[in-house]
Design a protein around this ligand. Structure first.
Ligand code: ZN
Length: 155
């Protein structure tokens, strides 16, 4: 990884830790899932408001290491407004990126901000930290249990 990308990686991790995006439970969330990475002790809850197959709102809560938190924050800002299908495609891309499947020269243009996580593949123990929020997001997408507060609101 070149120095520029490494620096950007550190900047993004620091920035998203200091001011995580969407660190809240959206009021109208109707999907959620709990993620836990026992290797590091990261715990993340993902909340989604899914309407007509589109992620209208997304938020997360929990506690974990800097990488898990930054990854959840970045993931939430990227997934917001995407369709379920697009979110799953992004998950696959991100997963290939951090596990090194995209090779040494990942297409930065195509990956956008996610590309900064290319650095994670140099630290295998951190791959699970970076992917936790994404795995949890996908399981929230596919969960169809209605959130209780949403049910209450529709009464
Ligand atoms: Zn971690």
């Amino acid at each position: 990884m070149d120095n520029e990308l490494r620096e950007l990686y550190q900047q993004v991790i620091l920035d998203h830790n200091k001011s995580p995006r969407n660190f809240r439970k959206p009021e109208h969330a109707n999907h959620s899932a709990e993620g836990y990475n026992p290797l590091c002790g990261d715990r993340i809850d993902i909340y989604l408001e899914l309407e007509n197959g589109i992620v209208k709102d997304i938020g997360f809560q929990g506690s974990g290491c800097a990488i898990s938190k930054a990854s959840a924050s970045l993931m939430s800002s990227i997934i917001k407004g995407k369709t379920k299908k697009e979110a799953e495609i992004l998950f696959n891309k991100f997963h290939d990126l951090i596990t090194g499947k995209l090779g040494d020269e990942p297409d930065i243009e195509e990956l956008g901000k996610l590309a900064v996580f290319a650095g994670v593949r140099e630290f295998p123990a951190r791959v699970k930290c970076a992917s936790l929020a994404w795995h949890t997001m996908v399981s929230a997408l596919n969960e169809d249990k209605k959130n209780i507060s949403t049910e209450d609101a529709s009464n």
